[in-house]
Design a protein around this ligand. Structure first.
Ligand code: AMP
Ligand code: ZN
Length: 326
């Protein structure tokens, strides 16, 4: 067993993130999420093995975190495993982790296929139990772009995917590999693993539903689907007349991105507050409110009297306002 402490795990995450940021910053969220799910899945599988004391879970964890790091650098997708292996070695993580990177693609690449693909003349087949666990977990995980969420699928789905992509023979090899792992784990462990999969998929679904729910009436307006006429729009915000005006002119200015309230502004794009307030000033000008003056209000949360939970700035003008506000 190789000793892997928390410091080494933290170093692996930092290593992954710094390489993504240096090479493919736009992949950051997706790649970290992928690594996190493969890590969780692989560790769960490792714990289901009847011989679990012989399995080096530290190596499984490092391998799951780093298996795809080479995607940042690889020119061709089929080379990313080899690139992962090289990067993991350069960074002086254990050799067993580098091999996980090298051998995790699909259910591995045999020598003949490696030659055909112009890869080094050797095979890249997962061998140790740690290599096979990460490979198995990686093959179950799918990203569903239409639903913007991940899903852990089953062996049949993995076979189907690889058959479609790489042909019947590779599909058969996929089946043999996946079944091999399942037999080692045995019916009891696989039973528990399947329950885990149902639970995790439920969480993915809930999370994506939650994100869809966040789409609100003001999101629709910002998307141009509302029944209102926009008095102003730019890349980051739109403005329209309040349906229940509290002054001769009552405009709402909202960011295009959904943020529940001002309290969430930090989660928005950099400089959004600046942009929003600059737009308010421009709109006031455009509507001829600037010389007499106007009032801007942002209601936040229950005490603030907020009723629509998509950040908005009220712009009120055309009459003298009172103070203090109610
Ligand atoms: P607040 O109380 O600060 O959350 O303000 C919400 C404002 O949104 C109220 O002034 C409402 O009159 C206004 N409002 C709600 N629905 C619509 C809509 N469909 N179109 C225009 N204004 C709306
Ligand atoms: Zn919204």
């Amino acid at each position: 067993m190789v000793t892997v402490d928390d410091g080494e795990i933290a170093r692996a995450w930092e290593f992954l993130e710094s390489h993504i940021l240096a090479w493919r910053a736009e992949w950051k969220v997706g790649m970290l999420e992928h690594a996190r799910i493969v890590r969780d899945t692989a560790l769960f599988l490792g714990r289901m093995y009847p011989v679990r004391e012989e399995i080096d879970l530290g190596i499984v964890e490092l391998g799951a975190i780093l298996h795809d790091v080479g995607r940042c650098r690889a020119k061709r997708t089929v080379e990313h495993g080899i690139a992962s292996g090289a990067m993991i070695r350069e960074a002086r993580f254990p050799e067993a982790v580098a091999r996980i990177g090298e051998r995790h693609m699909g259910v591995g690449i045999d020598r003949l296929e490696a030659r055909r693909l112009g890869l080094p003349d050797q095979d890249f087949l997962p061998q140790t139990v740690e290599e096979r666990i990460v490979c198995y977990a990686d093959n179950l995980l799918c990203y569903l772009p239409d639903e913007s969420r991940h899903e852990l699928q089953d062996t049949a789905a993995a076979i189907g995917r690889f058959t479609a992509e790489l042909g019947e023979e590779y599909g058969r090899r996929t089946g043999a590999f996946m079944l091999g792992v399942e037999q080692e784990i045995g019916p009891e462990g696989m039973g528990r693993f399947r329950q885990y999969v149902v639970h995790v998929n439920g969480e993915f679904l809930r999370k994506s539903e939650g994100e869809k729910m966040k789409k609100c009436i003001f999101c629709d307006i910002a998307d141009g689907k509302g029944e209102v006429t926009l008095v102003y729009e730019d890349d980051h915000c739109v403005a329209f007349h309040d349906i229940n005006p509290q002054a001769p002119t009552h405009i709402l200015v909202i960011p295009r991105v959904h943020l529940d309230s001002l309290s969430a502004i930090d989660a928005g794009p950099h400089g959004l507050a600046n942009h929003l307030l600059t737009a308010v000033g421009r709109i006031a000008d455009q509507l001829g409110l600037a010389s007499d003056g106007y009032r801007t209000v942002i209601n936040t949360g229950p005490n603030g009297g907020q009723t629509v939970f998509h950040l908005h700035v009220h712009l009120l003008g055309g009459r003298a306002m009172h103070w203090p506000p109610g």
